[in-house]
Write a protein that binds this ligand. Structure first.
Ligand code: URA
Ligand code: SF4
Length: 321
């Protein structure tokens, strides 16, 4: 069989495992040693022992999580374009010499990846330190942790949400709860990973009971996001939901009217779209909800503006009757 065929099949199989939520593969020391040999020597290696222990992840061992029930299965997975999403490269102008990458966390194409900050720069760290000590508004009182935002320090694309929820408040990372998992799936559907983008919020501390942040709170916090965006210099910002849009641009028009229309923040193109939490309440990403396709249309426009290919997605036929 042609090697390219075998490789394709293997890539499909691994992609499927990743989509099922698996993160680590069992591989015996013997197989590993064989793989390290030159290609010609491979067939001399002993057969892999199936019961070999799993290779531990590089940093802290993390057991494969018992997969929680899927938030909303996406039957209409994007057909895999040549390389699987784990290896989709993004051209980041300029290259990132001063960035310190988080240690040894592989890019994982699943919505349940172990979330990390991925990368940062001293300038972004300086803002995060100021946020950590901030008492500019009342939201500082009940926070467990501040959530400054995280991701690629040289992104083409930034997502901005409203404010941290309970999971984010606990972990200090933006969009790591259910809405975050849906956002991750949307990013993967775009042919990107969370490592390619930067994700943050208009307020950095959790509003009690997940209430909408007040205009005063958003105004008090906006300088941090503004400073972050000045450093990040993305080509496009996706504003997730009405509150994020209002916090960023102080517009009064609702998200239903504005979504899909290009706006601008400090010279950066802004695409408003629905918040993933709203999508979760209106059918998730099963493809059954027209809201989902609205969001996909908006994200497709973003990809086009970035000069990136728009993966084909097929709307399911409307239910009969
Ligand atoms: N919703 C948001 O707006 N931001 C988060 O970080 C999580 C949920
Ligand atoms: Fe400071 Fe923003 Fe937190 Fe308010 S929400 S305390 S302004 S970091």
């Amino acid at each position: 069989m042609a090697l390219a065929h075998i490789l394709d099949g293997l890539a499909d199989y691994l992609q499927h495992r990743i989509e099922e939520g698996e993160r680590w593969a069992e591989i015996s020391p013997a197989t590993l040693a064989a793989l390290r040999q030159p290609a010609g020597a491979l067939h001399h290696s002993p057969a892999p022992a199936r019961t070999a222990p799993a290779i531990a992840p590089p940093a802290s061992p993390r057991p494969v999580p018992a997969a929680p029930p899927p938030v909303a299965p996406a039957p209409d997975r994007t057909p895999r374009a040549a390389p699987p999403p784990t290896s989709v490269p993004v051209a980041h102008p300029p290259p990132a010499p001063p960035a310190t990458r988080a240690p040894a966390t592989p890019a994982v194409a699943t919505d349940r990846a172990p979330y990390t900050r991925f990368g940062t720069t001293p300038a972004l760290d300086a803002i995060a330190s100021r946020v950590a000590a901030c008492q500019q508004c009342g939201l500082c009182k009940q926070r467990q942790q501040v959530v400054p935002g995280q991701g690629n320090p040289h992104p083409e694309l930034v997502f901005v949400g409203e404010g941290p929820g309970a999971d984010e408040d606990q972990q200090g990372l933006a969009f790591v709860g259910r809405a975050g998992q849906l956002l991750t799936r949307m990013i993967l559907a775009m042919g990107l990973t969370r490592e390619d983008v930067w994700i943050g919020n208009v307020v950095k501390c959790r509003p009690p009971e997940n209430r909408t942040p007040l205009p005063d709170e958003m105004a008090a916090c906006l300088p941090y996001l503004r400073a972050q965006l000045e450093i990040l210099q993305p080509k496009v910002i996706v504003a997730l939901g009405a509150t994020a849009l209002k916090g960023l641009l102080d517009v009064q028009t609702g998200i239903t009217k504005l979504r899909g229309h290009w706006l601008s923040f400090e010279g950066i193109d802004v695409m408003p779209t629905y918040h993933p939490s709203y999508l979760l309440r209106s059918g998730g990403d099963s493809g059954a909800s027209s809201r989902y396709w609205d969001v996909w249309e908006d994200l497709s426009a973003v990809l086009q503006r970035l000069g990136r290919p728009v993966p084909a997605r097929k709307k399911p036929a409307p239910p009969a009757g």
